[in-house]
Write a protein that binds this ligand. Structure first.
Ligand code: G6P
Length: 623
């Protein structure tokens, strides 16, 4: 959701900023821009389109200088046009600013600047208003001879004063052509990290933008301001107090965020799942005690035993993982579990009991709605834990404990490996809570064995990629696709449909199989294939009834099933995707992967931009 990169050092800023933007492109990709200070003036290049378009612009008309800021945008206020692309300037044209977030009271501030100072605005954005506000406050204070030291602190003070007037969220970087080798950042609600180098420092929305240059990072907190120079930085709070932050080591390297030989990040990440699933359970299973060990929950045995209700909240794919979690926790631990859209949870009065345990599930750990839900739950006094992938993320840091996914960076906008890691972790939570109650050692052992056998079984599923590609190509003319599943595989149907919508732009919906006859069957026709997730389990024969109902109405059927299921579906399903047999709790992981591949291959067949689907962003840090 918009990406920011800033640089101050001895190297040429342009290639570093462009490289960083390319790595942040997953956050937004409808327009991009750069501002670099060249001597006494700011050079800016910006355009609607991708970073590749900005690179072309820079190649045709280079900008030189050793400090600057840059931005890749996902539009909130104002269409994706050249004018609305960041950076934005103040009235003097000397201050450039990039912004990630939403300034809610920008209209009011704009009115004042128009009426009292006759400012001129070039864009429709809320961000430009912020640039003007900071510039106006700075210009009012920075009178007299230019003294770099004094003016640096005046610029920081101007930003502080402006932000005190602002309602909304922001990750900000700015620079001023009068103040050499100096950039300033601030955050509230949108992530910002400081990269600490040798004789150079960086600002970025995410460490992946800067990990090629430094692995030393300082994760800023909400209401932090940071003044950055080549060889030093100073953090202070919005209230003016000096900050005290430690430098952390980034846990992955630049190598980990390369695409390697894969044509797309999404495919790479699908194929990483044997490893990511293994990493999600590494060191967390105890065969001796037949349970899971999750020290990061920060809860004693007695506290775990006393949990009377669980609420799982998240958005998109994370919400679907939560829905699998609801089945798992209720099945394994018999604890009533609710799944709540994070965006709804924080604005409604979900009934909570004193013994409710809340989990906020988020790959990025930065999703605004999920963060809002976490804060609301904590405000009400509930223990709220995180299930996150991004270790230093806001949700990971603000939660009362949690479980990390350890899935490695996920760059493809369509989430894949994070879903399977989340499902593994929810299995571990179900197992742990179950073993605090009635779940026997024998069943605990069976569950552990089922989980431990997953990586090998996933390898088998991945071997189906070419077969699935053939099936996907066959259905490239479809007008849409329906997905059906029961029990633990119902959320898989939702997730498969989400993948399909996200990257193929085809109409796709997921439903519980039995709902078919309550309306959806009206849609069935030869051009609309139905995918049934129907392993040979306790509800197989029920699924079979629904499959027959579709077949009777000439709807093409693709079945994801196990070997014995395939025998019974021969001559009924048009196409069969065969997954290995497994314990029910492991099945959603084995059934979702072929459907990730199905969406992927269909999107490629349709010529879609798989890693950067239209209108989407990976990390949605606005509401
Ligand atoms: C966005 C992404 C989805 C993702 C959702 C939640 O909508 O496009 O792929 O599932 O955010 O993201 P999170 O980082 O909180 O898991």
């Amino acid at each position: 959701m918009c990406g920011i990169v800033g640089y101050v050092g001895r190297a040429e800023a342009a290639p570093i900023l462009l490289d960083g933007l390319r790595r942040l492109e997953y956050r937004g990709y409808d327009s991009a821009g750069i501002a670099i200070v060249d001597g006494d003036h700011v050079e800016t290049r910006k355009c609607a389109g991708r970073i590749a378009d900005l690179s072309k612009l820079m190649a045709e008309n280079p900008a030189a200088g050793h400090y600057g800021i840059s931005h890749t945008r996902w539009a909130t206020h104002g269409k994706p046009t050249d004018q609305n692309a960041h950076p934005h300037f103040d009235e003097s044209g000397k201050l450039a600013l990039v912004h990630n977030g939403v300034i809610e009271n920008y209209q009011q501030i704009k009115e004042t600047l128009l009426q009292e100072h006759e400012h001129h605005f070039a864009s429709e954005t809320d961000s430009e208003v912020l640039a003007h506000l900071v510039g106006q406050i700075y210009d009012d204070s920075a009178v007299g001879v230019l003294d770099p030291r004094r003016h640096k602190s005046l610029l920081v003070e101007a930003l502080r004063t402006a932000l005190q007037q602002v309602i909304g969220t922001y990750g900000i970087a700015l620079c001023h052509s009068d103040i050499p080798d100096f950039i300033v950042g601030a955050r509230r609600g949108s992530p910002l990290v400081l990269g600490v180098g040798k004789d150079e420092n960086f600002l970025a929305s995410d460490v992946s933008a800067i990990v090629a240059y430094t692995r030393d990072a300082v994760y800023l907190n909400d209401f932090d301001l940071v003044a950055v120079e080549r060889d030093k930085f100073e953090i202070s709070s919005l209230g003016g107090e000096r900050g005290n932050h430690s430098i952390s080591k980034v846990e992955f390297t630049a190598e980990d965020i390369k695409k390697g030989d894969y044509p797309h990040y999404m495919l790479k990440e699908i194929f990483e799942q044997p490893g990511s699933v293994r990493d999600a359970m590494r060191g967390r299973l105890s065969l001796e005690e037949c349970t899971a060990k999750l020290g990061g929950l920060n809860m004693t045995a007695a506290q775990l035993r006393d949990v009377g209700r669980v609420v799982l909240t998240g958005c998109g794919t994370a919400l679907h993982a939560g829905m699998v979690g609801e089945y798992l926790i209720e099945q394994l631990a018999q604890i009533p579990t609710e799944v709540e859209f994070a965006s709804e949870f924080r604005h409604r009065n979900t009934p909570m009991t004193r013994d409710t345990l809340v989990f906020a599930i988020s790959q990025s750990g930065e999703t605004a709605d999920t963060l809002g839900a976490l804060r609301e739950s904590q405000r009400k006094g509930y223990r709220t834990l995180g299930i996150c992938n991004n270790v230093a993320s806001t949700i990971a840091r603000e939660s009362d404990g949690g479980v990390y996914m350890h899935a490695g960076p996920e760059i493809g906008v369509a989430a894949t490996k994070s879903f399977t890691s989340q499902v593994v972790i929810l299995n571990l939570i179900g197992l742990l809570l179950g073993r605090m109650r009635h779940l026997s050692t024998a069943e605990g052992t069976r569950l552990i064995e089922a989980l431990e056998s997953l990586p090998e079984k996933i390898e088998e599923v991945l071997k189906l990629s070419d077969t699935i590609k053939g099936i996907a190509t066959k259905y490239a003319e479809a007008t849409g696709i329906l997905f059906f599943g029961r029990q633990l595989n119902f959320p898989v149907a939702l997730e498969a449909a989400l993948k399909m919508k996200e990257i193929t732009y085809l109409y796709a919906e997921g439903h519980p199989s039995a709902e078919l006859k309550h309306g959806i069957i009206a849609l069935v026709k030869p051009e609309l294939p139905s995918v049934f997730i129907a392993p040979d389990d306790a509800v197989f024969s029920k699924n079979l009834n629904n499959i027959e109902q579709v077949r009777a109405r000439k709807g093409p059927i693709i079945a994801v099933t196990t070997e014995s299921g395939a025998v019974r579906l021969k001559g009924i399903a048009d196409d069969i995707i065969l997954v290995p047999d497994a314990h029910d709790i492991a099945m959603p992981i084995l059934t979702v992967i072929p459907l990730q591949l199905f969406a992927y291959h269909l999107a490629v067949a349709l010529g879609r931009d798989v890693d950067k689907p239209r209108n989407l962003a990976k990390s949605v840090t606005v509401e």
